[in-house]
Design a protein around this ligand. Structure first.
Ligand SMILES: [Fe+2]
Ligand SMILES: [Fe+2]
Length: 360
C-alpha cells in the first residue's frame, strides 16, 4: 500500500517548504573540540542501531486495541459520545487515535531530521557539527522505524497544526541557537514525554520497544542541546536571553493547550468541542503534561535561561517546581529500559534456539 493511500485526511500537497535565511558556516580549526561534546559524538557513533535487525517486525498489532494501551489512555474515554458507541466503533476510534499520535511522532521526527541538518550547516563549532551529523542519521532512522510501525495500522495523519507551527518557527529563525532551543529542548522534550507514555503503558511489545529504542537516542539529543547552549547563553545580553525566555513560554503554552487533536475528532465525525474538552481534562493528558514539564523545565534552568521572565511565566503556569526534577536520572532510565528490551529479545531467541535443538 502506498503511504499516501494511508492518509485518513488529505495533506496540504505532497511537500512543505519553509524559507531559510542563514549563513552556512565552515570552521578551519580541526583541533579536538570540547571533551564533553567529543564524548557525546563518540557515543553517538557507537550507539547507532538498525531498526531492520534490532526489532522483530513479524510481531503483529492487537485487533481492537493495536498498541494494547489502557482504556484511560484514550483521552475521550469518558466523553458521552464515546460511551454511547458500540464495541466496533470504539475499536475504530482507538485505532485512529493511536495512529494519529504515531503519525505525529513520525512527522515530528522528520522535523528533527531537518533541524539536525540545519544545525550541521549553521552552527559555528566543528565539534557540534560532528555531533549533529550523528543526530541527523538518528532522526532518519526514527522516521523509518515509526513509518514501519504506522504501516501496520494502515492509517496515517498529516502533521497537526500546532506541531507544524512550532517546527516552522524553529526552522525559520536565522539565529543558530534557536534551532537548538526549539528542537533539542522544546520538541525533543515533548517527544520524550509522548514516547514515554507508549513505552511504559503499551501491552503490545512491538510498540513499546520501538519507543524505548527511539528514546534511548533522544536523551543524547537533549544532552547535546544542553552542552551547546550552556556554553553559549552566558555570553548573551539579558535582553537577548529575555527573547529566548519569551519564546519558551509561548511554546510551553502552545504544547499545554493546543494539542487537542481537533482534526482527528472531526475526521471521525465526533463532536469536536466535547472531545477537545474531554481530552484537555483527561487524567492521561494531565500525566502527559507532568511528564512534559519534567523533561523541559530543568533543562531550561540548566542552560541558564532562568531570568525573571521565565520564572514568572512558569510560576503562573504552575510548573516552576519541575525545575527540581532529576533529568540525569530520567536519561539513565531511558538507557536502561532500552537495554532491557534487547535482553528480552535475546532471551526469547535463546528459548527458540533451545527448542529447535531439542527437536533435532
Ligand atoms: Fe528522533
Ligand atoms: Fe531527536
Amino acid at each position: 500500500m502506498a503511504f499516501k493511500d494511508m492518509y485518513a485526511l488529505a495533506t496540504d500537497g505532497s511537500k512543505w517548504t519553509v524559507p531559510q535565511n542563514f549563513d552556512a558556516c565552515f570552521n578551519w580549526d580541526y583541533d579536538d573540540g570540547r571533551a564533553g561534546m567529543m564524548g557525546l559524538y563518540a557515543k553517538g557513533k557507537e550507539m547507532q542501531w538498525d531498526a531492520a535487525n534490532r526489532i522483530d517486525w513479524s510481531q503483529e498489532l492487537g485487533e481492537d486495541n493495536p498498541e494494547g494501551m489502557p482504556e484511560e489512555s484514550l483521552p475521550i474515554h469518558m466523553a458521552g459520545c464515546y460511551l454511547k458507541m458500540s464495541d466496533r466503533e470504539k475499536a475504530r476510534v482507538r485505532a485512529h487515535f493511536q495512529a494519529w499520535q504515531l503519525s505525529q511522532f513520525m512527522q515530528g521526527e522528520q522535523g528533527a531530521l531537518i533541524c539536525a541538518a540545519k544545525i550541521v550547516t549553521q552552527v559555528p563549532d566543528a565539534d557540534s557539527k560532528f555531533y549533529a551529523a550523528t543526530q541527523t542519521i538518528d532522526e532518519a532512522r526514527h522516521v523509518e522505524a515509526y513509518k514501519r510501525l504506522l504501516s501496520k495500522f494502515k492509517i496515517a495523519y498529516p502533521m497537526t497544526k500546532p506541531l507544524q507551527e512550532l517546527i516552522d518557527q524553529t526552522l525559520r529563525d536565522s539565529r543558530w541557537d534557536m534551532t537548538y532551543l526549539g528542537m533539542q529542548v522544546v520538541i525533543e522534550g515533548l517527544a520524550l514525554a509522548a514516547f514515554g507514555q507508549i513505552r511504559d503503558h503499551a501491552q503490545n511489545q512491538l510498540c513499546a520497544q520501538v519507543n524505548a529504542y527511539v528514546m534511548q537516542d533522544e536523551s543524547r539529543h537533549v544532552a547535546f542541546g544542553r552542552l551547546a547552549l550552556r556554553d553559549y547563553y552566558p555570553q548573551l545580553t539579558q535582553k537577548e536571553r529575555d527573547e529566548r525566555e519569551q519564546f519558551l513560554l509561548e511554546a510551553s503554552h502552545l504544547m499545554r493547550d493546543r494539542f487537542d487533536a481537533v482534526e482527528l475528532w472531526q475526521n471521525l465525525g465526533l463532536p469536536i468541542e466535547e472531545c477537545a474538552t474531554a481530552m484537555y481534562e483527561s487524567g492521561f493528558m494531565e500525566k502527559f503534561r507532568n511528564s512534559l514539564f519534567t523533561r523541559i523545565v530543568p533543562i531550561v534552568k540548566d542552560i541558564g535561561l532562568w531570568g525573571d521572565t521565565i520564572r514568572k511565566g512558569y510560576e503562573e503556569m504552575g510548573v516552576i517546581e519541575y525545575a527540581k526534577a532529576n533529568v540525569q536520572k530520567l536519561q539513565d532510565e531511558d538507557e536502561f529500559i532500552a537495554q532491557q528490551f534487547d535482553a528480552r529479545r535475546r532471551d526469547i531467541q535463546r528459548v527458540i534456539d533451545r527448542a529447535a535443538q531439542a527437536a533435532e
